[in-house]
Design a protein around this ligand. Sequence first.
Ligand code: VAH
Length: 321
Amino acid sequence: TILVIGACGQLGVELTYELRRQYGPSRVVAADVRPPQQAELREAGPFELLDVLDRPRLETIIQQYRPRQIYHLAALLSATAEKNPQFGWRLNMEGLLNVLDAAVAYQVAQVYWPSSIAVFGPATPRHQTPQLTVMNPNTVYGISKLAGEQWCEWYHQKHGLDVRSLRYPGLIGYKSLPGGGTTDYAVDIYHQALAGNAYECFLREDTYLPMMYMPDALKATLDLMHAPADQITVRSSYNVSGMSFSPAEITASIQRHLPDFAVSYKPDSRQQIADSWPASIDDSQARQDWNWQPHYDLDKMTDDMLAHLHLAQAELQSAAL
Ligand code: VAH
């Protein structure tokens, strides 16, 4: 059995779908602090209400299902955590420690935990950011992810726990909506373009950020988890990246299909967060250790996103008729 904690989040929904597709729905337990919006998540396989800060409840679920793998995705993302620093730190840190501790106590074979490019800060080299470098994150989220990486390394060294992690860039997909991130503009923009609306972007048009299309993120995650343990040389978290682009570039990519789509720019507090992050990532260690290789560039992602969102919109309209 596989347990996905935070299964209702942007990544959790897609990872649960993919794991259920690969292992069979009954083998993948979806858990989250709130019920899923997607009925499929609840109906296709087991779903459990779980607040990862509720340690006894977490142990009850682990005892009941005896998972071989735990994917722990529950967290507050960058913009939300800046507004709720105490709870952001508590959920991101205590939640991870509860999972790592319980995984050792119940001999869970593997744990996956997502880190982020948010672990890098203003002093970090911004272009082709190395795997090992200066890291001075100045967001609550980034601080919690950097601390989390060190705890993962500690649990691997001290308890032999096979915990693995990726520093995701901004993730973009059409099956779920992001929540409270700084890179969320790159998802919202597609929805607005297809709805025929102008889009007001909360970052400056020249803000370059590392990004990845969801199919690449899912492949990277499962390739990492399937790799033989002796190939894994990084037990904090691997740099991975698919592409880097700015709001101006994703707008131009969309305008290849929707020439009248208009974007205006109104930077808000998320601009400071984005400015503290890298513009591009060196992921050569992941390529070397477990053959990481992205398959989507900006235009290929745009073509796929618009095609699927258009299809979903058409289905909604026909269902509404
Ligand atoms: C966020 N989407 O914006 C997340 C991610 C690198 C960005 O960590 O907070």
